[in-house]
Design a protein around this ligand. Structure first.
Ligand code: NAD
Length: 354
């Protein structure tokens, strides 16, 4: 697959969002987030999303130039309404506020409701870890995001609700970033765009039969994604709905939700100063000992190694910063079509792929 340098997209993608109505700052924030998601290897939440976000703006589902507005503020607990704006801006502003509140109170609970797609949720855990904080984030998605069958079921009832968690670590932030579905929906899109089959046990077709065909997921009639880990992933997903959706007022993934006609992410972030429980001296050394202990396990295969959450992403980023972001022809074409609609001249290197 052809590879293109991240800088090409950092220059070009903001032009598209500005043409769609975003202020320059917003366009740069959204582009940076998407480029970074591609750099760390989460293509499903990277440049693939550019045409999708632009479509949502055109259809009025996603509103440019919104900000995170408090609807509850009791010090350590803050509720923010995203006004259906770009999740990259709403998430950034919410995490900035979380950092400020953690510095003041030792911990913070920040709920976001009615945000546009918050993208790669690990980015928010990283932002807090880079500020020296420990956090966990629960996200749900209403509307277009209802894609996942509950454990034992066939029909789409839950979202691909992600959970992320982060902490400073001895070798850089430790960041877990997972969907509670067996795969993120974007990865099915990536496979469809590349004409590839999926690994087994990720999706069902419309009749509830296991399939590895990404086309069978989209239908019509549409299939569903399985939860990861059977009843365990399904149960975590239910609590993403409740913590991120029901508790914040953004609502959970059911058709009576007033936001069911658009893609909305809600997120509950719980963040802590590592010294919140009086463990300032021992926190870092304990995490360091844990990391060493985990790594000391014998690998399953000869030459194998034990990785901590977040390491794969760091390695992929280093590799892609050096060699470029892989870009398939279908994704390139979708971005080029969006550029044509907006009257923006795309870079020749992208045209050559699409
Ligand atoms: P995934 O299955 O690729 O898992 C990623 C996590 O597993 C990371 O923490 C990574 O460091 C860790 N990991 C991967 N390989 C590892 C290894 N060999 N050893 C140890 N740890 C390892 O991720 P996913 O579930 O497909 O989610 C992909 C992305 O989709 C995430 O960024 C997520 O936030 C995003 N997402 C967003 C939404 C939304 O509504 N905004 C919904 C679903 C998913």
């Amino acid at each position: 697959m052809k590879k293109l340098p991240a800088e090409l997209f950092r220059d070009f993608v903001p032009e598209l969002f500005v043409a769609a109505g975003s202020e320059k700052r917003e366009a740069m924030i959204v582009a940076d987030h998407l480029v970074e998601a591609s750099l760390v290897g989460h293509d499903s939440h990277g440049l693939l999303r550019v045409p999708k976000y632009l479509n949502w703006v055109r259809e009025g589902h996603l509103l440019p130039n919104q900000h995170a507005l408090p609807f509850v503020d009791s010090g350590a607990l803050v509720g923010l309404d995203g006004g259906f704006g770009f999740g990259q801006v709403i998430g950034l502003e919410a995490m900035d506020l979380a950092i400020e509140r953690v510095r003041r109170h030792g911990f913070a609970a920040v709920g976001i409701r009615n945000s546009g797609h918050l993208g790669r949720i690990g980015a928010w855990a990283e932002q807090l870890a880079n500020a020296g904080m420990v956090s966990i984030h629960f996200v749900n998605t209403s509307g277009f995001g209802i894609l996942v069958a509950p454990y034992g079921g066939i029909d789409r009832r839950l979202s691909a609700n992600p959970i992320a968690a982060g902490t400073p670590g001895p070798n850089g932030p430790i960041v877990l970033d997972i969907a509670t579905s067996a795969t993120a929906e974007g990865k099915i899109q990536v496979a469809r765009n590349r004409g590839e089959r999926l690994p087994p046990n990720l999706i069902l077709d419309a009749n509830g039969q296991p399939t590895d065909d990404p086309v069978a997921f989209y239908g019509p009639p549409a299939g569903s994604i399985l939860p990861f880990g059977g009843h365990k992933g399904s149960g975590l997903s239910v609590f993403c709905e409740i913590l991120a959706g029901s508790l914040t007022g953004g609502g959970s993934s059911h058709p009576q939700n007033s936001t069911a006609g658009r893609l909305v992410n809600n997120m509950l972030t719980l963040a802590f100063d590592p010294s919140a429980f009086g463990q300032a001296g021992s926190f870092a050394s304990d995490v360091g000992q844990l990391e060493d202990w985990i790594r000391s396990s014998r690998p399953v295969s000869v030459g194998g190694e034990i990785l901590l959450p977040g390491e794969v992403e760091r390695r992929t980023m280093a590799e892609r910063q050096q060699h470029g972001i892989p870009m398939d022809a279908a994704t390139a074409r979708q971005i080029l079509e969006a550029a044509t609609v907006l009257g923006i001249q795309p870079p020749g290197e992208l045209v050559a792929i699409g």
